[in-house]
Write a protein that binds this ligand. Structure first.
Ligand SMILES: O=P(O)(O)OC[C@@H](O)[C@@H](O)c1c[nH]c2ccccc12
Length: 256
């Protein structure tokens, strides 16, 4: 059993308990899209993550105040904020997402393992603007269905891939945003060569490439940029940074 299988088993149980008519909808906020933010910026676009814990790292910062942290990220110029909402493995919650929604006016990514449309409704009700679809967790049919459903709800979709086969499947949707995860979900090993290898498969210059996971140094970010990434997704390094502002600025490398 891989960790992804464990997570998906748990997720199925969670989904079976969700009921559409029980959602309390927060007020809708008009914020720019992630795509617009990327198109208007000349430096590396940062999706800054609120990550309390993870299966690979264990506890990172269980007690983080999501409101304070989200405001910091926004002030530092984040293009978007990623909020992990999975509870069993990442210690996040939809409450975190809702609090962040109230605190900031930039797009928010609901970072979870989505396997059912009801989770997309739930994410939207709590203020998400972007959802994550992990190709490795879905059949092609499920991927297409969930992608279209999210689009109908006016959400942006980050389609995440780890290998060539998944990239081919993702490209079949002609998506606007593709996330390349540098972390191998089975071994947890991180290799930025994944971004280099998979970004080369994308021929549509309008596709926004997000290099995800394992960004630790400015050189890592430059490598992702040189491979074609216009955005990076950063969790651990920001959560553990002694000087967040300094780290953040270091990662906002020039794209031109
Ligand atoms: O903490 P890191 O190494 O900077 O990684 C952030 C993000 O890419 C990672 O949290 C992530 C990428 N894809 C995911 C899917 C589910 C949960 C988590 C993730």
């Amino acid at each position: 059993m891989t960790i992804l299988n464990d997570i998906l088993t748990e997720k199925k149980m969670e989904v079976s308990k969700l009921k559409k008519d029980s959602f309390i909808k927060g007020p809708e906020k008009k914020v720019p899209t992630f795509k617009e933010r990327v198109q208007q910026s000349s430096h590396m676009n940062i999706i800054a993550e609120i990550k309390r814990a993870s299966p690979s790292k264990g506890e990172i910062d269980l007690g983080v105040d999501p409101i304070v942290r989200a405001k910091q990220y926004e002030q530092l110029g984040a293009a978007a904020i990623s909020v992990l909402t999975d509870e069993p493995f990442f210690k996040g919650s939809m409450d975190d997402l809702r609090l962040v929604r109230e605190a900031v006016d930039i797009p928010i990514l609901c970072k979870d393992f989505i396997i059912d449309p009801i989770q997309i409704d739930f994410a939207k009700a709590n203020g998400a603007n972007i959802i994550l679809l992990i190709v490795a967790a879905l059949s092609q049919e499920e991927l297409v269905e969930l992608y279209q459903y999210a689009k109908e709800l006016n959400l942006e979709v980050l389609i995440e891939v780890h290998n060539e086969e998944e990239m081919k499947r993702a490209l079949g949707l002609n998506p606007e945003i593709i996330g390349i995860n540098n972390r191998n979900l089975k071994s947890f090993d991180v290799s930025l060569a994944t971004t280099e290898k998979l970004a080369a498969m994308i021929s549509n210059a309008d596709t926004i490439i997000v290099s995800e996971s394992g960004m630790k140094t400015k050189a890592n970010v430059e490598l992702a940029r040189d491979a074609g990434a216009k955005a990076i997704l950063v969790g651990e390094t920001f959560m553990l940074a002694e000087d967040l502002a300094k780290k953040f600025q270091e990662f906002q490398v020039d794209l031109t």
